[in-house]
Ligand binder design. Structure first.
Ligand SMILES: Cc1cc2nc3c(=O)[nH]c(=O)nc-3n(C[C@H](O)[C@H](O)[C@H](O)COP(=O)(O)O)c2cc1C
Length: 265
């Protein structure tokens, strides 16, 4: 094994940070990096023989984001090794890592390790912080620890057992909020710089006379909210406010990353 490829979906960049930290500490040469959220043309990431791939996705409603898996499912591998990672906002990762295992396996990857890490929740605000500033120093140290375990396993990937990942069948039902719920723009603050348009992974935002958001396309990833330099993008719908409040009240106790690594048989 000589090379490394990173495939991830990371609108607000916590998954990116984690996947990169793991990748940088494995000691393989990085040959490709694809953030599906920035891949507006939806081109399919390629895999190479003798290349380790790390796939990282955030958790949405205990599952994987539909927009990400549409692209991911088209990736083809010929039993090259993969490390699967999900990143969640300190509530739970539910069935998402199991879902990612199934998808990666259907793509033809050999799964050698998996992990669930924690990233600042997309709905977190300064007033209602949820996993604020995560991944932090401790999380990044865990990324390096995980990378060391992967490096060990890479020495003998042919004798690794099937990876057991917790989760339920059937998977947790995918719930979607109505299309009327999406970030809005405060026109008094907005200077129409277009950063929200560029940061949106689903092309849901256009600028006409004002900023227009297509609620059918919006996934509530909150990249536009996080990256707006003028704090003009706001997600303050009453239903989201209730979800945010509940997360703030019930998910404030720090959760720690967990790894699953194959045993040698
Ligand atoms: C629509 C939506 C649903 C989410 N559902 C969950 C969830 O079920 N559990 C959880 O802990 N975090 C959940 N999150 C938080 C994200 O998993 C978390 O913020 C993640 O770090 C975002 O990754 P990114 O920074 O790479 O975009 C959700 C976020 C969004 C936007």
């Amino acid at each position: 094994m000589e090379t490394l490829s990173l495939i991830y979906y990371s609108p607000t960049k916590t998954t990116q940070k984690i996947v990169r930290e793991i990748g940088q500490n494995i000691g393989l040469k990085l040959i490709s990096e694809n953030n599906i959220a920035e891949n507006k043309t939806k081109s399919i990431p390629k895999t190479t023989k003798n290349c380790l791939t790390i796939i990282g996705l955030p958790v949405y409603g205990g599952r994987l984001p539909v927009t990400a898996i549409e692209t991911l499912k088209k990736v083809k591998s010929n039993q090259s090794p993969v490390v699967i990672v999900v990143v969640y906002g300190n509530r739970d990762y539910d069935d998402s890592l199991l879902e990612l295992k199934e998808i990666a396996s259907n793509c033809g990857f050999k799964i050698i390790a998996g992990a669930a890490f924690i990233g600042e929740h997309s709905f977190s605000t300064n007033e209602k912080p949820i996993a604020k500033n995560r991944p932090d120093k401790q999380d990044l140290e865990k990324c390096r620890d995980f990378a060391r375990m992967i490096t060990e396993k890479l020495k003998d990937i042919n004798s690794l057992s099937e990876l057991n990942i917790p989760g339920n069948y059937p998977h947790k039902e995918r719930k979607q909020l109505p299309a009327t719920i999406h970030p809005r723009t405060d026109d008094d603050r907005c200077n129409q710089c277009g950063i929200c348009v560029d940061s949106c992974p689903t092309n849901a935002i256009t600028i006409q006379e004002t900023v227009i958001t297509n609620g059918e396309l919006c996934t509530l990833c909150c990249a536009c909210v996080k990256y707006c330099p003028d704090e003009a993008r706001i997600l303050d719908n009453p239903i989201v406010n209730t979800i945010r409040e509940n997360l703030f009240l019930n998910c404030s106790i720090r959760k720690e990353p967990i790894y699953f690594v194959n045993h040698i048989v």
